[in-house]
Each structure stands twice: as C-alpha cells, then as structure tokens.
Design a protein around this ligand. Structure first.
Ligand SMILES: NC(=O)c1ccc[n+]([C@@H]2O[C@H](COP(=O)([O-])OP(=O)(O)OC[C@H]3O[C@@H](n4cnc5c(N)ncnc54)[C@H](O)[C@@H]3O)[C@@H](O)[C@H]2O)c1
Ligand SMILES: O=C(O)C(=O)CC1(C(=O)O)C=CC(O)C=C1
Length: 365
C-alpha cells in the first residue's frame, strides 16, 4: 500500500524533508507552497513527486501531513485543517523551531480526533528557500518529537517509521522542555548574533575600518545573523518568555564579567575563559557525537588552480562533496581547504585519492 505524504511549505526544511522522504519505499511525496515560484521550482528540481495547487483536496488522500512552514503560518494551517475531511488515521506533524503554542493548538485538533505529533529537526542553515534544500540535511542530527504524553504508541511508531528515512536520530521530549532547551542552544544565540552585527554597524559609523577587520571569529559567531528574518521573527515571538529569561541570565553574566574587568583581576579573567573552553571542548557538538560533519582539512600551497586541481581528482573518482571552503589564508602562509563529505566512507576515499596525487598534509579534525 502506498504511503501518501503531503508537505506544506517547501523551503529549506520542507524541501529537504521531501527529498529525504522520496527515498522511503512505497511512498508518494506531494507538496504545496504558498509561493508560485517555489511550486515551479519544486517541480523542476524534483523536490516532490507532485506539486499540488489545492491543499485541502490533496489532504483528503494524505496519510501524513507535514508542515515546513514558518511557525505562525503553521498555527494558521492547523486552524484551517480542523474543518477538512481527512483520512481517519492521518498523522499530522510539523518541523517548527517552537513547540509550546503549536502543541497547544494541537489540543484543538485532538478534540476533533485528529492526531498531531510535534516535530523539530535540529539541523538547518542560515540559508533559506527551496534552492537550499538538501536530501542529507538531517543525517545524524537530532530530530525532536513532542507527542502528547498519552499519544497512541502505534501513531508514534508510524511516524518514526517514516522519519527514519531522514537518517536523523529521533528523540522524544515534551513541548515545555523543548522550548526551554532550544531557547538556550538555538533561539537566544540568534539574538546574540544579530546584536553583535548591530553593534558592529554602529561602531563602523565612527571607525569605518572596523568591518574590514572582521575575520574568522566574527564570521563564525555571526553566521546565523544571515538567517531568514521572517522565520526568526515568528520563532522569537512564539518563545518570547523563555527568551526574556535567557536575556536576564545573559545580562547577569555580562555584569559578572564587567565586575572582574573592573577589578582588573587577571586570575578571574583567565578562569572565565578556561572554564568556557573546558565546557565548549567537552560538548558533543565539538566531539562530533551531536552533529557529525565529515570534514577533511587539506593544507594547500598558495598557487593558482590548486582548489580545482583537488576537486578535479575527486570528481574523476566520482567522490561527491557537500561543501568546500578555504580558511585561514594569508599571503605568507598555506591555506587550509576544508572539504565536507556525506559520510565517513567518502571522506576516506577522498583522503586516499588526494594522497595518490599530492603530498599535501591532511587531517580530519
Ligand atoms: N532554518 C533552519 O535552520 C530551521 C531548522 C529547523 C527547523 N526550522 C523550522 O522549519 C520551518 C521552515 O523553515 P525554513 O528554514 O525551511 O524556512 P524557508 O523560508 O526556507 O521556507 C519556508 C517556506 O514556507 C513557505 N510558506 C510561507 N508561508 C506559507 C504558508 N502560509 N503556506 C504554505 N507555505 C508557506 C515559504 O514560501 C517557504 O518556501 C520553520 O517553522 C522553522 O522554524 C528551521
Ligand atoms: O545552523 C544554522 O544555521 C541554524 O541556525 C540551525 C538551527 C540552530 O542550530 O539554531 C536553527 C533553527 C533550528 O530550529 C534548528 C537548527
């Protein structure tokens, strides 16, 4: 029997999910997006098996309905679908970065006998839109589910059986815990990143060279400030109470740092950085257990064409790469080329391939 999946919202997350779920056996993935341009792209880029124009009609056949929409739009769709005629066993889920208000709205669906299990893949990017969608976006990432405490186990199993094709690690928590923890590791850092960019913008008015001096550190800590402002408006407002709590804690923390600076206390300042380094270095994100990217670092000499030479060797052996960038290049030192792969096997093949053509130093972390 074919499993019919309807995805509403085909941007970075909805599009990536659609691509991943097309790999599931006996599964038909249809999709809708508010934007006509995105619907056209979904068709030409084969993001879904079929693009639909009439969502309510498509929903009649769906076994799963997944929202890849901004979190406020998801709430609006949830209100609408209460009035649709749906399959009795349809399972509705979402991908939104917030869960409190969405699970509250889900109670209204529940009263009508409609199953809703909240979802949130903890992977993404500052890029948005369908052209940024990738089938392996969720591989090895945590994918949070927020079912009601007494959700029917069979519904959960059915959703897990579908989502396992994302190759993500599925975990279950409640909506309240979700919104607290994601405020700490995701939502508040987006506010901090944006605030640092605002601060640079102000400083730059007085010292116009400042932005030119922004190097790797500023780039790394502010990358997420380039995210879609509309997506982050909705997330921030839906999780505002948690965020105000995080902001109070941050202000206290800044006061603490200010105090040790005012005291000119070198031991406390060093201890401040040492403690942060110890905690950061022990995080799963640093050790690779949390979110694995298969990066290969290649020390390259600075001569024209060196990057296309290396990518050429990899292309000759059909080794596909997911990302490539150069870090820490200066005229007088070697550059480091960071090449990312989908999995360990590809990275090992690439190391062998590059070693057979060059004597460049390579390392994996
Ligand atoms: N960006 C991330 O890193 C990330 C990670 C995990 C989860 N999320 C969540 O995933 C969801 C989608 O985010 P994204 O990054 O894919 O955003 P996106 O901007 O890339 O895509 C959103 C898509 O939804 C469409 N859309 C907007 N309103 C709509 C509506 N009313 N009906 C149908 N389609 C509509 C847009 O046209 C767009 O194609 C959000 O809820 C977000 O919180 C984002
Ligand atoms: O990597 C990024 O650019 C992201 O912002 C991804 C990120 C995050 O880590 O904060 C953003 C929102 C989510 O809901 C999940 C993941």
């Amino acid at each position: 029997m074919t499993r019919n999946v309807l995805i509403i919202g085909l941007g970075l997350i909805g599009g990536s999910l659609a691509l991943a779920l097309q790999k599931a056996p006996k599964t038909k993935v249809v999709g809708y997006d508010l934007s006509g341009k995105t619907r056209n792209l979904a068709e030409t880029l084969n993001i879904v098996h079929e693009v639909v124009e009439d969502v309510e009609e498509a929903a009649k056949n769906a076994d799963f309905i997944i929202f890849g929409t901004p979190v406020n739009a998801t709430l609006q769709w949830m209100d609408e679908l209460k009035h649709w005629s749906l399959k009795q066993h349809v399972i509705i889920t979402d991908t939104g970065s917030t869960k409190g208000l969405i699970m509250k709205k889900a109670e209204e669906l529940r009263e009508k006998g409609i199953t809703f299990i909240g979802g949130h893949p903890m992977a993404g990017s500052h890029k948005s839109g369908i052209t940024a969608a990738k089938p392996y976006l969720f591989e090895n990432a945590y994918y949070i589910l927020t079912p009601f405490d007494d959700e029917d186990g069979n519904n959960l199993i059915a959703l897990e059986q579908l989502l396992k094709y994302t190759l993500a690690k599925l975990v279950k928590i409640n909506a309240e815990e979700h919104d607290h923890m994601t405020a700490v590791v995701s939502h508040f850092p987006h506010i901090v990143a944006a605030s640092l960019v605002h601060q640079l913008n102000e400083e730059n008015k007085r010292f116009p060279m400042t932005s030119m001096l922004a190097a790797g550190g500023f780039r790394d800590i502010t990358r997420i400030a380039s995210s879609n402002p509309m997506i982050w408006r909705d997330i921030t407002l839906q999780n505002r109470e948690e965020l105000i709590g995080q902001m109070d804690a941050w202000i206290d923390e800044m006061q603490r740092v200010k105090k040790i600076l005012l005291e000119n206390d070198d031991e406390s300042v060093e201890e401040y950085f040492r403690k942060a380094k110890d905690v950061r270095d022990a995080l799963p994100i640093s050790t690779g257990a949390f979110y694995t990217t298969y990066d290969l670092y290649v020390d390259i000499p600075d001569y024209p064409g060196v990057i296309s030479e290396i990518t050429g060797y990899l292309a000759d052996e059909n080794i596909s790469i997911t990302n490539i960038r150069v870090v820490e290049t200066r005229e007088d030192i070697f550059g480091i080329l960071v090449i990312s792969f989908q999995n360990e096997k590809d990275r090992e093949k690439a190391m062998k391939c590059i070693r057979s053509h060059t004597n460049f130093e390579m390392h994996v972390s």
